[in-house]
Design a protein around this ligand. Structure first.
Ligand code: KIV
Length: 296
């Protein structure tokens, strides 16, 4: 098998130009990074969706830089080929350009991310420009932006009226003009995406935005069937891993309770002379009353 070359930002632009779909997926730890690397994806996002799918929160808002740095560093250790993007979590970039640059630098320096992602237009456009000027590539994110879901009235599709779609178009253009190398379009009607795609010249990765984008992204736990609860309309499940995990752990529990596990093959051997010597050494120390003798 020929080794794949590392995915770079110019490579993503080439893929867009060539009409080659870009595959992006999230990952939050070392084993999931190894899985997505082996599966041959192009871009890996350490999304702040970690708050919901791995940390048990009911929105992305509570996750902070400390958790994102730990998760992103673990993912970095499992990746070589895909481009690694780290989400700047809610509260880590909005206050000022300085705050945004400082936290973007932490994701790059401490966790090894190749780029960072921020949500929304408005002041985020200024933050994106500042981070890019500081030398760090930025991915923008428009449409349904989970960090400000309160302002949007919940986790629901955006751009369903001409006025709101035009606002998304303006945000997307402003982010691209600020230097974002790519954009995420989330939960936007497919027909709107088709029109918006005529407005931006950087690669666009969609999630719930239809087939017209340059690539697609899904959350690892959603696509593999690990998440519970509400599954967004735009998710396609490619496996039922949670079921397999539950079956595996239940089988282990049954084996332990039935004294089937561990078997002889799972134990370490010792020379019989050594165990005889051990008995001799312990002689005179009777077994404690609750001690069970070894089976067999
Ligand atoms: O946090 C995340 O996982 C994301 C993707 C859904 C794009 O932002």
């Amino acid at each position: 098998m020929t080794a794949r070359t590392r995915v770079t930002i110019p490579r993503l632009a080439e893929m867009k130009a060539a009409g080659e779909p870009i595959v992006m997926v999230t990952a939050y730890d070392h084993p999931s990074a190894q899985v997505v690397e082996k599966a041959g994806v192009d871009v890996v996002l350490v999304g702040d969706s970690a708050a919901m799918v791995v940390l048990g929160h009911d929105s992305t808002v509570p996750v902070g830089m400390t958790e994102m740095l730990v998760l992103a560093a673990a993912v970095r250790r499992g990746l070589t080929v895909p481009l690694l993007v780290g989400d700047l979590p809610f509260g880590s970039y909005e206050r000022s350009d300085e705050q945004a640059i400082e936290n973007a630098q932490r994701l790059v320096k401490e966790a090894g991310c190749d780029a960072v992602k921020i949500e929304r237009g408005g002041t985020s456009v200024d933050r994106a420009r500042a981070i890019v000027r500081a030398g760090i590539p930025v991915m923008g994110h428009v449409g349904l932006t989970p960090q400000t879901v309160g302002l949007l009235g919940g986790f629901k599709a955006q751009g369903r009226t001409a006025a709101s779609a035009a606002r998304i178009a303006a945000e997307a253009r402003a982010l691209a003009d600020a230097g974002c190398f790519a954009l995420v379009f989330e939960a936007i009607p497919s027909a709107v995406t088709e029109i918006l795609m005529e407005q931006v010249d950087v690669p666009v990765i969609g999630i719930g935005a239809g087939p017209a984008t340059d690539g697609q992204v899904l959350v690892f736990h959603d696509l593999l069937g690990i998440s519970t609860g509400h599954t967004p309309k735009f998710v396609k499940r490619y496996a039922e891993v949670r079921e397999a995990m539950t079956t595996g752990v239940a089988a282990y529990a049954a084996d332990v309770r039935g004294r089937v596990f561990p078997g002889p093959e799972h134990g370490y051997p010792i020379d019989p002379d050594e165990s005889a010597e051990l008995r001799r050494l312990l002689d005179g120390r009777p077994p404690l009353p609750w001690a069970r003798s070894a089976p067999g």
